[in-house]
Design a protein around this ligand. Sequence first.
Ligand code: SF4
Length: 322
Amino acid sequence: MVTILDKINDPQARVRHPEKAHRPDTEVMRKPEWIRVKAPTSKGYAETRSIVKDNKLVTVCEEAGCPNIGECWDKKHATFMIMGEICTRACAFCNVATGKPNALDMAEPESVAKAVKQMGLQHVVITSVDRDDLDDGGAEHFEKVIFAIRAASPETTIEILTPDFLKKPGALERVVAAKPDVFNHNLETVPGNYLTVRPGARYFHSIRLLQRVKELDPTMFTKSGIMVGLGEERNEVLQLMDDLRVADVDFLTIGQYLQPTRKHHKVMSFVTPDEFKSYETVAYAKGFLMVSASPLTRSSHHAGDDFARLRAARERKLQVTE
Ligand code: SF4
């Protein structure tokens, strides 16, 4: 397990989560056998790693300590994290470093586009840290990255996983106008957990953001995800599904929360594969076009294959309603 003394890669080697350093350690639950993953060792993994390093890119795969990194990087799937590796929020579940971010790297859009081309990606997922310090929350930078990828790899479909752009007027509109293929914004957890899990965010702002994407561009696919195992009740998850359907969200992902360090939010339970299956069944019944619910589901896991299935599902639905 990563510890709180873990340092980020800067010359001062600062602690990743200064705001959590004085919290008491939480109890760590032993992972069940259905969560175990193999250590990454494959040739494909090493190739992806070197493309990421050579282009000086940051990935959420590494920063969040994602358990799927061996599998994804072997297949050359990586989720690029733009606008630096330091986040201005301090969510209780997240392993991305927190603090005062560095200035934007103006060469980053080209570097990301170069890596996407080098890796020959059919589908790319771009996410970012929260940049509450920027007037537009980083909307212009998202736009530049989307445009650079379109110019370098016109066939690549682009999925963005954005922050909530809270109190940044015009930011969302700017990002939607750049026309990503999929707009993802994660709710992360049920509303009752926001104060302890996602204190800097507002649940209904996030729901409204997703709804607004569809209002601005009804053809854009929208997606959202949550983690379970954070103390939520089943009924709260079902209510959250209804809220997302009211916002006309197409794709829901549900995965098991895993605790990055003893200073992060405790894992309250390990949800069984059968319970995930049940969530998936209910979510389809509520009208989502696509649902991915399993212990190791992450918003960007299998995103390329899922995008193809999402498109096919919409076409099938349109044929039925014509
Ligand atoms: S699931 Fe997403 S974050 Fe995790 S390794 Fe795969 S692409 Fe990266």
